[in-house]
Design a binder for this molecule. Sequence first.
Ligand SMILES: [Zn+2]
Ligand SMILES: [Zn+2]
Length: 342
Amino acid sequence: MQALSDTMTAALMTTPGGPLSLADIAVPQAGHGELLVNIEVCGLCHTDLHFWKGDHPLPRDLPVVLGHEGIGRVVKAGPGVSRYAPGDRVGLGFVYGTCGHCRECMSGHETHCGDVASTGVHVDGCFANYAILREDWATPIPEDLDAAEAAPLLCAGVAAYSAVRKARIEPGELVAVFGTGGLGSYAIQLAKLCGARVVAVDVSDEKLAHATSLGADHAVSALGDPGAEIQALGGADACFNFAPVSASWRQILSAARTRARIVLISLPTEPLSFEAGELIEAGLQVMGSADGTRLELRQLMELASAGKVRSIVETVPFADINSAFERLASGSVQGRLVIDMR
Ligand SMILES: [Zn+2]
Ligand SMILES: [Zn+2]
């Protein structure tokens, strides 16, 4: 292992929407219970884009280092660390840490903790050569997983995994996935692993073809009448919304079968409306889902290591990080972009 230098290159966000500046800054220090990680790759997520554009305010002063789908190796363990050592391969996800003692933390719903800190938001993230990770929140990364393919599992993948778990899918059920981009492409594969028949719904023919290649049994255009087409297949027992538009909500209600579970993940730009009777008479269950827990992250990594979950990624050199942000903002990206820091 190389001697640790005092400085590193980091992509600094200095103004909202402005180009990130690749600058040399001090390598952060691992405090009590923390690990210093040499970052190999970090996925670029839409949440990074929202913070970069200023859609979501950052809770601290600029400059900040974004990036929360990081994979690397521990190079230094801070005081009090007991479970990791230099050389261990770990993942850094969106949750940097939670309080650890509230009702949500104690009941295994830690991502709903009221005192959650996020990587790349409350603390500097992984678009840098090194980043800090709390030992308690490290995800072990199996050695057989490709770093670039594993990176998006840390946020996009686990968000889909947690949503699919909440829907309690049973074999043979019909599952409708609305929006088949990054998160949706994981949900298709995970619903198939539950033994479901999967209907992919999207406005893009290209994304529908991609959904079919990932195992979707049916592909339906969101530009037509997906509710009627899904009812013709028997109606959906579970629906997932990964499309950030309110239009999909009416389509979901018309596609749902009696007692369907509806899981909302993406944030539509407008409020959703419904008559109470629509939910009451059909006994529909509507729930929200965000992020995923540490346990879910470990389960997902095991599935990926067993070859059961695939990521479609495009790797971009660190020097081209600004073009990656621009391309994601323009909506022209198929699959997930992963920045290579090596
Ligand atoms: Zn993310
Ligand atoms: Zn808590």
